[in-house]
Write a new protein. Structure first.
Length: 282
């Protein structure tokens, strides 16, 4: 897979900001203006374009974890949008845990972004170091009877639950996660609201509520043509329904099989930093 999406427009890098805070802030606002300008041909609402421009700057490493963003009014003045539009964009980013808004102190890039927590979606930004901002969107959580490799892996289970989530990567592209677990042992997960599944880590729920921590994983990856259904969920045309499928088998105490996960990654996207076999629950 390539290091970057082919049609992504690059934001020109300006000179590094000096020690003066005002100069640094002005430089950040100019970068944001250029990033937003590069999206001017999009039909998206203004607040969505601004949100995507801010995600692009984070992906490029211009705003790092813990950085304070410029004040809302200064952002509005710099990019030529209303204060309400800026506030709507920031509210969306806060809802996705990309930024943290602290009353009386400002808005900061989240120190605990989902990119740090979702171990199999650590896509590398343009600087080769920073992780791309990602956030999960729950699609469904349901009991399933389909055949698949999870049946052989979870051999002791008689029923299965599938948690399906769309993982949005800096608004550049989407991945899809299908997680299969024992439908009887973990049946209470079916009662969880989908909105809650947007924010939580499934492995944290399994560890804290069921004493079933993820202690290690095995991983296999292969290239394939996606099904029509998977292609539709990822917004891919028929000609682009190709990519990688990462199969993750998770183990708990005494190497007991815990969960089977299939991750669908479209072609022509960014480099992916994979976790090691040992995954300690925290």
């Amino acid at each position: 897979m390539k290091n970057a999406i082919a049609d992504k427009k690059k934001v020109p890098r300006l000179s590094s900001p000096g020690s003066d805070e005002g100069t640094s802030e002005a430089s950040a606002l100019e970068r944001l203006r250029l990033a937003l300008e590069s999206l001017s041909t999009s039909d998206e609402p203004r607040h969505s374009r601004l949100r995507r421009a801010m995600l692009n700057l984070m992906a490029d490493g211009h705003w790092a974890t813990g950085d304070k963003l410029p004040p809302e009014k200064e952002i509005a003045d710099a990019v030529g949008l209303s204060l309400g539009t800026v506030q709507k964009a920031l509210s969306r980013l806060a809802a996705d845990n990309v930024v943290v808004r602290r009353h009386g102190h400002g808005t900061f890039v989240s120190p605990s972004s989902q990119a740090e927590q979702l171990l199999h979606f650590r896509f590398i930004g343009d600087d080769g170091v920073a992780l791309m901002p990602v956030y999960a969107e729950a699609i469904d959580c349901t009991a399933v009877t389909d055949d698949g490799p999870w049946i052989e892996f979870l051999a002791n289970a008689r029923k299965f639950i599938r948690v399906r989530r769309r993982i949005k990567v800096a608004d550049e592209f989407d991945c899809l996660s299908e997680l299969y677990i024992d439908g009887e042992r973990f049946r209470s997960i079916l009662a969880m609201p989908l909105q809650e599944l947007n924010r939580v880590l499934i492995r944290t729920i399994l560890a804290e509520r069921f004493n079933a921590p993820t202690l290690s994983v095995s991983q296999q990856i292969h290239a394939t043509e996606f099904s029509v259904e998977i292609g539709q969920l990822l917004g891919l045309t028929a000609k682009k329904r190709f990519g990688m499928v990462l199969e993750v088998r998770s183990y708990s105490h005494h190497q007991a099989p815990l969960a089977f996960q299939a991750i669908y990654i479209p072609g022509n996207v960014r480099h992916l930093d994979l976790p090691s076999r040992k995954v300690l629950h925290t």
